[in-house]
Design a protein around this ligand. Structure first.
Ligand SMILES: Nc1ncnc2c1ncn2[C@@H]1O[C@H](COP(=O)(O)OP(=O)(O)O)[C@@H](O)[C@H]1O
Ligand SMILES: CC(=O)N[C@@H](CCC(=O)OP(=O)(O)O)C(=O)O
Length: 300
């Protein structure tokens, strides 16, 4: 059927289509990871902010965790430094850490907060230092060949998230917008991959859904076809044969952690599509890659 958006009947049917989704997600927490690669142009950023406000207005509790990898790279280049990644994690020396905090906790966080507020929401920006709510410790990577530890500087892994601050904001209908910076036992700042924070936060908040917006249609096979219904064993096979690499590695690791720990649905979607978030949550047209627990039957 072709939908004519000018016809009253078709407009109504689009709205009615949203009803089961609104019912399902009403009063539920939805953690949204907004990747730096999906923050490409102003129009898309405005669409994203409108979608978040819409979800809040229909009674859901959206919590935004944002990245900003490309935006950090831009500032590093301006100060004459080159960004370096190992296994999808930025090598973070002290100077880089300062830039990460400036970009994530400052520029990117406040831009998203401002956009949501301009569209009628009430967003509040946080980093893990606020209320000390994201605790972290130093992360070491394992070298694939020699099983040795690789030190990548001030990069952290989440040890604990205190859900109270987010819950408090929720009671007053604020929308939390969270930058992935954690705080260590001695007050030191850690640069944490935003996917890892989003996954852990979804678990801690017992979110109904985790949605990750990025710059691909989802997880693709070697021919570029979209894959969905991915389970742990399928993901391991795709990592082993080199289909999955770079930034997709931490993304899928945190998706798997989230489904293992009680988040009902985890979906990677294309943030370059206008209103991708709204389409994913409120319509039958949601696309992208669904990640599911091994034993769960496919949702559709
Ligand atoms: N199998 C795959 N399917 C899709 N993307 C992949 C795959 N393997 C690696 N990637 C890379 O992962 C990137 C997404 O991760 P990342 O750059 O960290 O995005 P974000 O900033 O949204 O977190 C894609 O742009 C792509 O370059
Ligand atoms: C340790 C680490 O790699 N941290 C990331 C944090 C930002 C991020 O994750 O941004 P995206 O979601 O846009 O990739 C970084 O420094 O780029």
């Amino acid at each position: 059927m072709t939908i004519n958006p000018n016809s009253a009947r078709d407009k109504a049917s689009i709205l009615i289509e949203a009803m089961p989704y609104i019912r399902r997600f009403y009063d539920k927490t939805i953690v949204i990871k907004y990747g730096g690669n999906a923050m490409t142009d102003d129009h898309l950023k405005n669409c994203f902010a409108q979608d978040v406000v819409m979800l809040k207005l229909v009674g859901m509790n959206p919590v935004v965790v944002h990245g900003g990898g490309p935006q950090i790279n831009d500032l590093l280049t301006r100060v004459g430094k080159q960004g370096e990644f190992i296994q999808g994690m930025r090598v973070t020396d002290r100077e880089t850490m300062d830039i990460v905090e400036m970009v994530l906790g400052g520029l990117v966080n406040k831009e998203i907060v401002n956009l949501i507020n301009q569209h009628g929401g009430r967003a509040v920006g946080l980093t893990g230092k606020d209320g000390g709510f994201i605790r972290a410790k130093k992360m070491f990577l394992k070298s694939e060949e020699h099983n040795e530890q690789i030190d990548i500087g001030q990069v952290g892994e989440v040890t604990e998230i205190d859900p109270e601050l987010v819950a408090l904001l929720d009671t007053r209908d604020f929308i939390p917008v969270i930058a992935p910076i954690g705080v260590g036992d001695n007050g030191e700042a850690y640069n944490i991959n935003a996917d890892l924070v989003a996954g852990k936060l979804a678990e801690t908040l017992k979110a109904e859904k985790l949605v990750l917006l990025t710059n691909t249609p989802g997880v693709l096979d070697k021919q570029g076809n979209l894959l969905t219904g991915l389970t742990e064993s399928k993901i391991h096979a795709l990592v082993k044969d080199g289909t999955i690499s770079g930034g997709m590695l931490p993304k899928l690791a945190s998706c798997l952690d989230a489904v293992r720990n009680g988040v009902n649905t985890v979906q990677i979607i294309d943030g370059r599509v206008e209103h991708a978030l709204l389409l994913e949550i409120l319509t039958d047209a949601g696309v992208g890659t669904l990640i599911r627990a091994e034993a769960t039957p496919p949702i559709i």
